[in-house]
Design a protein around this ligand. Structure first.
Ligand SMILES: [Zn+2]
Length: 84
């Protein structure tokens, strides 16, 4: 359905496939267990988003019972940072 001239001067682009090229970071598990040397792969935008929300990233299974898991994938968990 082309409506030529209906939106003169307005140009929008949907760049499909851009999400495939997202930068992936390797982050250390932040569970805080002594001796934990696990690392995880997380997309950089997700990692930075988590940082701005005060969330930490853990390997699945490294969360503690009283942790608040905000999001989980097979690769990592986003957990609200414990305070105090
Ligand atoms: Zn850990």
């Amino acid at each position: 359905m082309a409506q030529q001239g209906a939106s003169r001067g307005v140009s929008t682009h949907t760049e499909r496939g851009a999400a495939e090229a997202v930068e992936v970071a390797r982050a250390s598990c932040e569970c805080g267990r002594p001796g934990c040397r696990e690392s995880l792969r997380i997309s950089l935008p997700t990692f930075e988003w988590a940082r701005t929300r005060g969330l930490i990233v853990l390997r699945p299974g490294h969360e503690f019972e009283d942790d608040t898991v905000v999001d989980r994938t097979t690769e990592f968990l986003l957990v609200r940072a414990r305070v105090g």
